[in-house]
Write a protein that binds this ligand. Structure first.
Ligand code: T5A
Length: 208
Protein backbone atom coordinates (compact mmCIF):
# COMPACT_ATOMS: atom_id res chain seq x y z
CA UNK A 1 0.00 0.00 0.00
CA UNK A 2 1.40 3.41 -0.88
CA UNK A 3 1.75 6.08 1.78
CA UNK A 4 -0.92 8.76 1.75
CA UNK A 5 -0.49 12.52 1.57
CA UNK A 6 -0.57 14.88 4.51
CA UNK A 7 -2.35 18.23 4.11
CA UNK A 8 -2.71 20.89 6.80
CA UNK A 9 -5.02 23.90 6.85
CA UNK A 10 -3.82 26.94 8.76
CA UNK A 11 -4.97 30.48 9.42
CA UNK A 12 -6.51 32.67 12.06
CA UNK A 13 -9.73 32.18 14.02
CA UNK A 14 -12.84 31.80 11.86
CA UNK A 15 -10.97 31.73 8.53
CA UNK A 16 -12.90 28.62 7.45
CA UNK A 17 -10.44 25.80 8.20
CA UNK A 18 -13.04 23.35 9.53
CA UNK A 19 -15.44 24.17 6.69
CA UNK A 20 -12.71 23.62 4.11
CA UNK A 21 -11.45 20.43 5.79
CA UNK A 22 -14.90 18.93 5.30
CA UNK A 23 -15.35 20.29 1.77
CA UNK A 24 -11.90 19.19 0.61
CA UNK A 25 -12.42 15.74 2.13
CA UNK A 26 -15.69 15.37 0.20
CA UNK A 27 -14.05 16.50 -3.05
CA UNK A 28 -11.11 14.10 -2.68
CA UNK A 29 -13.33 11.20 -1.57
CA UNK A 30 -15.36 11.75 -4.73
CA UNK A 31 -12.12 11.01 -6.62
CA UNK A 32 -11.78 7.72 -4.75
CA UNK A 33 -9.09 8.89 -2.33
CA UNK A 34 -9.41 7.54 1.25
CA UNK A 35 -9.41 10.49 3.66
CA UNK A 36 -8.94 10.98 7.39
CA UNK A 37 -9.98 14.43 8.68
CA UNK A 38 -8.45 15.42 12.00
CA UNK A 39 -7.63 18.53 14.00
CA UNK A 40 -5.23 20.15 16.44
CA UNK A 41 -5.01 20.51 19.28
CA UNK A 42 -6.56 17.05 19.49
CA UNK A 43 -7.12 14.26 17.01
CA UNK A 44 -6.29 11.35 19.36
CA UNK A 45 -7.62 10.45 22.82
CA UNK A 46 -4.55 11.80 24.63
CA UNK A 47 -4.34 14.93 22.51
CA UNK A 48 -8.05 15.66 23.01
CA UNK A 49 -7.44 15.54 26.78
CA UNK A 50 -4.60 18.04 26.37
CA UNK A 51 -6.89 20.19 24.16
CA UNK A 52 -9.24 20.67 27.10
CA UNK A 53 -6.31 21.92 29.21
CA UNK A 54 -5.18 24.30 26.47
CA UNK A 55 -8.45 25.89 25.38
CA UNK A 56 -10.30 26.37 28.67
CA UNK A 57 -9.60 28.61 31.65
CA UNK A 58 -8.06 32.04 32.04
CA UNK A 59 -6.20 33.64 29.12
CA UNK A 60 -2.93 33.50 31.09
CA UNK A 61 -3.49 30.00 32.51
CA UNK A 62 -0.22 28.77 30.94
CA UNK A 63 3.09 30.48 30.33
CA UNK A 64 4.18 30.55 26.66
CA UNK A 65 6.81 27.87 27.42
CA UNK A 66 4.31 25.55 29.15
CA UNK A 67 1.87 26.11 26.30
CA UNK A 68 4.47 25.26 23.63
CA UNK A 69 5.29 22.04 25.49
CA UNK A 70 1.62 21.09 25.81
CA UNK A 71 1.00 21.66 22.09
CA UNK A 72 4.12 19.62 21.24
CA UNK A 73 2.99 16.79 23.56
CA UNK A 74 -0.50 16.76 22.07
CA UNK A 75 1.00 16.73 18.56
CA UNK A 76 3.36 13.86 19.39
CA UNK A 77 0.42 11.71 20.51
CA UNK A 78 -1.66 12.77 17.49
CA UNK A 79 1.14 11.92 15.04
CA UNK A 80 1.90 8.59 16.75
CA UNK A 81 -1.70 7.40 17.17
CA UNK A 82 -3.67 8.97 14.30
CA UNK A 83 -1.70 10.69 11.54
CA UNK A 84 1.17 8.22 11.14
CA UNK A 85 -1.03 5.10 11.02
CA UNK A 86 -3.46 6.73 8.56
CA UNK A 87 -0.64 7.75 6.20
CA UNK A 88 0.92 4.28 6.44
CA UNK A 89 -2.45 2.73 5.55
CA UNK A 90 -2.56 4.85 2.36
CA UNK A 91 -5.10 7.46 3.48
CA UNK A 92 -4.70 11.14 2.85
CA UNK A 93 -4.83 13.12 6.08
CA UNK A 94 -6.42 16.58 6.22
CA UNK A 95 -5.47 18.27 9.46
CA UNK A 96 -7.21 21.40 10.78
CA UNK A 97 -4.08 23.19 12.13
CA UNK A 98 -0.64 21.62 12.71
CA UNK A 99 2.93 22.73 13.48
CA UNK A 100 2.67 26.14 11.76
CA UNK A 101 0.01 27.15 14.30
CA UNK A 102 2.54 26.66 17.11
CA UNK A 103 5.12 28.65 15.12
CA UNK A 104 2.61 31.48 14.63
CA UNK A 105 0.80 31.54 18.02
CA UNK A 106 3.39 30.39 20.58
CA UNK A 107 6.31 31.46 18.38
CA UNK A 108 5.65 34.79 16.69
CA UNK A 109 2.80 36.04 18.89
CA UNK A 110 4.02 34.77 22.28
CA UNK A 111 7.77 35.07 21.77
CA UNK A 112 9.03 31.46 21.71
CA UNK A 113 11.99 31.12 19.37
CA UNK A 114 11.12 29.36 16.08
CA UNK A 115 14.18 27.11 16.43
CA UNK A 116 12.90 25.94 19.84
CA UNK A 117 9.46 25.13 18.41
CA UNK A 118 11.09 23.15 15.59
CA UNK A 119 13.38 21.34 18.07
CA UNK A 120 10.35 20.26 20.15
CA UNK A 121 8.71 19.05 16.95
CA UNK A 122 11.83 17.11 15.93
CA UNK A 123 11.86 15.39 19.35
CA UNK A 124 8.10 14.79 19.74
CA UNK A 125 6.95 14.09 16.19
CA UNK A 126 10.16 13.15 14.35
CA UNK A 127 9.89 16.45 12.47
CA UNK A 128 6.92 15.28 10.38
CA UNK A 129 5.83 18.02 7.96
CA UNK A 130 2.75 18.16 5.74
CA UNK A 131 3.19 17.56 2.00
CA UNK A 132 1.14 20.71 1.48
CA UNK A 133 -0.07 23.43 3.83
CA UNK A 134 -2.72 25.98 2.94
CA UNK A 135 -2.95 29.22 4.87
CA UNK A 136 -6.54 30.49 4.68
CA UNK A 137 -5.81 34.17 4.55
CA UNK A 138 -8.22 36.85 5.74
CA UNK A 139 -8.10 39.87 8.05
CA UNK A 140 -8.34 38.87 11.73
CA UNK A 141 -11.37 41.16 12.21
CA UNK A 142 -13.42 39.38 9.53
CA UNK A 143 -12.41 35.99 10.94
CA UNK A 144 -13.44 37.07 14.43
CA UNK A 145 -16.80 38.29 13.08
CA UNK A 146 -17.40 34.94 11.37
CA UNK A 147 -16.45 32.97 14.51
CA UNK A 148 -18.61 35.20 16.73
CA UNK A 149 -21.61 34.72 14.40
CA UNK A 150 -21.04 30.95 14.54
CA UNK A 151 -20.50 30.76 18.32
CA UNK A 152 -22.96 33.42 19.45
CA UNK A 153 -20.17 35.35 21.19
CA UNK A 154 -18.60 32.42 23.16
CA UNK A 155 -14.78 32.37 22.87
CA UNK A 156 -11.83 30.17 23.91
CA UNK A 157 -8.56 31.33 25.56
CA UNK A 158 -6.92 32.26 22.26
CA UNK A 159 -9.86 34.06 20.70
CA UNK A 160 -9.86 36.35 23.77
CA UNK A 161 -6.42 37.81 22.89
CA UNK A 162 -6.19 41.37 21.55
CA UNK A 163 -6.01 42.47 17.91
CA UNK A 164 -2.18 42.92 18.01
CA UNK A 165 -1.87 39.23 18.95
CA UNK A 166 -4.07 38.12 16.05
CA UNK A 167 -2.24 40.45 13.63
CA UNK A 168 1.10 38.92 14.73
CA UNK A 169 -0.35 35.46 14.02
CA UNK A 170 -1.54 36.51 10.55
CA UNK A 171 1.85 38.08 9.75
CA UNK A 172 3.66 34.93 10.91
CA UNK A 173 1.63 32.69 8.60
CA UNK A 174 2.49 34.99 5.67
CA UNK A 175 6.20 34.85 6.59
CA UNK A 176 6.19 31.05 6.83
CA UNK A 177 4.51 30.84 3.40
CA UNK A 178 7.08 33.23 1.90
CA UNK A 179 9.98 31.16 3.29
CA UNK A 180 8.59 27.72 2.35
CA UNK A 181 6.78 28.22 -0.98
CA UNK A 182 7.03 24.56 -2.04
CA UNK A 183 5.08 23.37 0.99
CA UNK A 184 2.98 26.37 2.02
CA UNK A 185 0.44 28.19 -0.18
CA UNK A 186 -1.61 31.26 0.68
CA UNK A 187 -5.30 31.09 -0.27
CA UNK A 188 -7.67 34.07 -0.25
CA UNK A 189 -10.31 32.90 2.27
CA UNK A 190 -12.64 35.88 1.82
CA UNK A 191 -14.28 34.26 -1.21
CA UNK A 192 -17.36 31.98 -1.13
CA UNK A 193 -16.81 28.47 0.29
CA UNK A 194 -16.90 26.75 -3.12
CA UNK A 195 -14.30 29.15 -4.60
CA UNK A 196 -11.92 28.49 -1.69
CA UNK A 197 -12.34 24.70 -2.08
CA UNK A 198 -11.58 25.02 -5.81
CA UNK A 199 -8.39 26.96 -4.97
CA UNK A 200 -7.32 24.19 -2.57
CA UNK A 201 -7.88 21.53 -5.25
CA UNK A 202 -5.83 23.62 -7.70
CA UNK A 203 -3.08 23.79 -5.10
CA UNK A 204 -3.02 19.99 -4.86
CA UNK A 205 -2.78 19.37 -8.62
CA UNK A 206 0.87 18.28 -8.42
CA UNK A 207 0.08 15.75 -5.65
CA UNK A 208 -2.98 14.17 -7.27
N1 T5A B 1 -3.53 26.95 18.71
C1 T5A B 1 -3.67 25.78 18.02
C2 T5A B 1 -2.28 27.40 19.13
O1 T5A B 1 -2.17 28.44 19.78
N2 T5A B 1 -1.18 26.65 18.82
C3 T5A B 1 -1.27 25.47 18.13
O2 T5A B 1 -0.23 24.80 17.88
C4 T5A B 1 -2.56 25.02 17.72
C5 T5A B 1 -2.70 23.71 16.96
C6 T5A B 1 -7.78 26.23 18.48
C7 T5A B 1 -7.00 27.35 19.12
O3 T5A B 1 -5.72 26.86 19.50
C8 T5A B 1 -4.73 27.73 19.03
C9 T5A B 1 -5.30 28.43 17.84
C10 T5A B 1 -6.77 28.50 18.16
O4 T5A B 1 -7.00 29.71 18.82
P1 T5A B 1 -10.24 25.88 17.69
O5 T5A B 1 -11.43 25.89 18.58
O6 T5A B 1 -9.81 24.57 17.17
O7 T5A B 1 -9.08 26.60 18.45
O8 T5A B 1 -10.57 26.89 16.58
P2 T5A B 1 -9.79 27.44 15.33
O9 T5A B 1 -8.81 26.44 14.85
O10 T5A B 1 -9.29 28.80 15.62
O11 T5A B 1 -10.86 27.55 14.24
P3 T5A B 1 -12.26 28.15 14.32
O12 T5A B 1 -13.16 27.05 14.79
O13 T5A B 1 -12.35 29.43 15.08
O14 T5A B 1 -12.55 28.57 12.84
P4 T5A B 1 -12.34 27.85 11.45
O15 T5A B 1 -12.35 26.37 11.56
O16 T5A B 1 -11.23 28.48 10.74
O17 T5A B 1 -13.67 28.35 10.71
P5 T5A B 1 -15.05 27.59 10.39
O18 T5A B 1 -14.86 26.70 9.24
O19 T5A B 1 -15.66 27.05 11.61
O20 T5A B 1 -15.88 28.85 9.89
C11 T5A B 1 -16.27 29.90 10.77
C12 T5A B 1 -17.66 30.41 10.36
O21 T5A B 1 -17.57 31.02 9.09
C13 T5A B 1 -18.41 30.36 8.13
C14 T5A B 1 -18.72 28.98 8.72
O22 T5A B 1 -19.94 28.47 8.26
C15 T5A B 1 -18.71 29.27 10.21
O23 T5A B 1 -19.93 29.75 10.63
N3 T5A B 1 -17.63 30.29 6.88
C16 T5A B 1 -17.81 31.13 5.85
N4 T5A B 1 -18.67 32.16 5.66
C17 T5A B 1 -18.57 32.82 4.47
N5 T5A B 1 -17.67 32.49 3.48
C18 T5A B 1 -16.83 31.47 3.64
N6 T5A B 1 -15.95 31.17 2.65
C19 T5A B 1 -16.87 30.74 4.87
N7 T5A B 1 -16.15 29.69 5.34
C20 T5A B 1 -16.63 29.44 6.59
Amino acid sequence: MTAGRFISLEGGEGAGKSTQARALAAALEARGIPIVVTREPGGSDGAESIRALLLTGETNRWSPHSEALLFAAARADHVERTIGPALSAGSWVICDRFLDSTRAYQGAAEGIDDAAVLALHAFGSKGLLPDRTFVLDMGPEEGARRAARRDGGATDRFAQRDSAFHQAVADAFRRIAAHEPDRVRMVDATRPVEAVTAALLDGLADLL
